[in-house]
Design a protein around this ligand. Sequence first.
Ligand SMILES: C[S@@+](CC[C@H](N)C(=O)[O-])C[C@H]1O[C@@H](n2cnc3c(N)ncnc32)[C@H](O)[C@@H]1O
Length: 274
Amino acid sequence: MTHKSILSDKEVDSILAYIRRNKSVDLASYRRTFVVRRLSGRMENVSAETGGAYLNILRDDPEEFGRFLETLSINVTGFFRDPGVFEFLQKAVLPEFIRKKKAAGRRIMRIWSAGCASGEEPYSIAIMARGITGDDPGFEVAVHATDIDTAALKRAQEAVYPGSSLGNAGKKVLEKYFTPVYNGEYLLKDEIKKSVHFKRQNLISDPVLKHMDMVFCRNMMIYLSTEEKDSLIGKFNESLNTGGYLVVGKVESVWNNRGFETVSTTNKVYRKTV
Ligand SMILES: C[S@@+](CC[C@H](N)C(=O)[O-])C[C@H]1O[C@@H](n2cnc3c(N)ncnc32)[C@H](O)[C@@H]1O
């Protein structure tokens, strides 16, 4: 018998209630099947035969909760994750968008990386934008990056990354924007760092940023229930200027009738219509 089959609904509820009360993490908005699968995995690892036994381990071993959170893969990320998406934006979306902005006399484009983890995504965006605008003093691309995880945000602000997270960046980007430090790690140069502004924010309960031209929310909504996801997409619509873009993860999607039209199905790029 697998552990999954003996983890009853009631036991899952008790574990989630314990985590909510004692760890201040509310997993209710996360997809239940996803959470249950990860819980079952941890139970197997610690040889807990029932939900009750696992709850006792959670209570007795302060490190177990961290291990469980890790299995939710909440922080998995990397520079230029899904390189095709960045290539598409760099070639087919941003140059024209920036040209129009400039023609309309605008001097700034605002991009929001919502659920930015340890900074790899917003820094990739800033590097991509720099490749288009160059050093133009008359036009700024400001990247706002938010996440709920303060430890991840701290790592983001330090901007030191292992070579392994830079695999998709390419040699040219590495040489141009990073300085090797020690142990195969690289420090991002200030010219990119200073265009990214980090802030702690809970996407479910805090107010959204406004007047954005582009919002990236990638690989975060997969953890949400359908209702929470719908509500968040509505919030991104409010956050964007008309004609602005929403970019979601490769396994996520937005429905056309939610104030967005599809720009690229493959790359999961949408444009706000209303
Ligand atoms: C898997 S990472 C994705 C990072 C990056 N967007 C990417 O695609 O590589 C998901 C991020 O969402 C953040 N997150 C999860 N729930 C959140 C919430 N309610 N509000 C803000 N950020 C949240 C996590 O802390 C984590 O850093």
